[in-house]
Design a binder for this molecule. Sequence first.
Ligand code: 2HG
Ligand code: ZN
Length: 458
Amino acid sequence: MVDVELLARRLVEIVGPAHVIRDPEQLATFERDWTGRFVGVASLVVRPGSTAEVAQVVRTCAELGAPIVPQGGNTGLVGGSVPRSGEVVLHLGRLHELSDVDERSRQLSAGAGVTIAEVQERARQVGLDYPVDLASRDSATVGGTIATNAGGMYVGRYGPTRAQVVGLEAVLADGSVISRMSGLIKDNSGYDLISLFVGSEGTLAVVTRARLRLVPSLPARAVALLGLPSLERAVELVAVLHRTLPTLLAAEVFFHEGLELVCRHRGVRPPFDRPARCYLLLECGGQEDPAPGLAEAVADVVPEEWALLGSTPIERSRLWTYRESHTEAINAEGVPHKLDVTLPLAALPAFEQEVRDRLRRRVPGARPILFGHVGDGNLHVNVLGCDPADERVEEAVLTLVAEHGGSISAEHGIGVAKARWLHLTRSAADIAAMRAIKRALDPQGILNPGVLFPPEHP
Ligand code: 2HG
Ligand code: ZN
């Protein structure tokens, strides 16, 4: 048993009384995830203000055997950033330093608590951009997006978070600090710990700072929204457009049932006079206006009445709203099951049909709402209408993913939500190797227990 009184006293000595939270009312916001599906109890929340303080906090927790749940913007969707049963929540929000952009290397350094929107804004001041972009940009943090290897809208063009992280500072489970912040693009001196820690979901180390690669900004943008008869047609079109439209940055998909929800929730009119089965949103970017090229490419592939073009910022954001508002519109209806999965593109259309059938048959009342990043084969299968604890939903969806050769997590991570199903798309040898790494770096198992791996001896 952890002596919480002693732990709290020791942590107050490190960070000061203002940054150790124990009041139940204040704790509540740290104990619940954004969807409301994952709610737990924290013994306390500690908010260190520097890497040195994080190191001391982790060392103290290790000494007293107190498990830790690192937390950033708490926008994760797999329950990986909220406590389960009395852990210490290590909140990284005060690590808020953001460097100027080094224009020679096109890089900047950011503390774990800096938001993605703040990184983007700093980059844009000098004609660059941070290419990880997601609807939760104003709350999601550098540390959290690194822990989950977040993807977002522009992965097809720029890769996920892992591709942007050129340096990292992290605190290991014994309180030692690893700092590789020089931002060297070429550096083959031993194991690539940076890549290993990105996407490790707080189970191997606590990320405190990162060196991030920036890309030239593409200020001229254009968006098109197409109404299509099927996901199969969307997949075909995206394959063609990748060849013929070099300015293509994003290819997003949603369906009739999600659009209805969004229109109701946001009070907006549907984009077309008649509903389509599937909607494909395309975004192009360049130094010069990509709208004429996009319009021409679209005109070649869909009838005029099923295409809308947005070139002004207002028109573009109106079209993006249909896609970006899915998450909040779904949450406004109830607590969803969220299954972020990825499939080989050839299997995506069959999966989309079968997952609806399978859910209907196996989980009466299930209301699937699908959307995602079609260019990456990444669908977000959201399911309303079932008890949040009803794991038949996960079972039905994730086994189908495995049957089609996909992965049970594309960009949100495994968290606690999917740990039980890791074996579906990772072999026994693979899981044993991952467990060996976990044991080597965190022998006491204090970093984010319950996340990623199922219990070894259930
Ligand atoms: C998105 O693509 C995010 O909008 C959230 O990854 C997905 O809410 C979801 O399931
Ligand atoms: Zn997504």
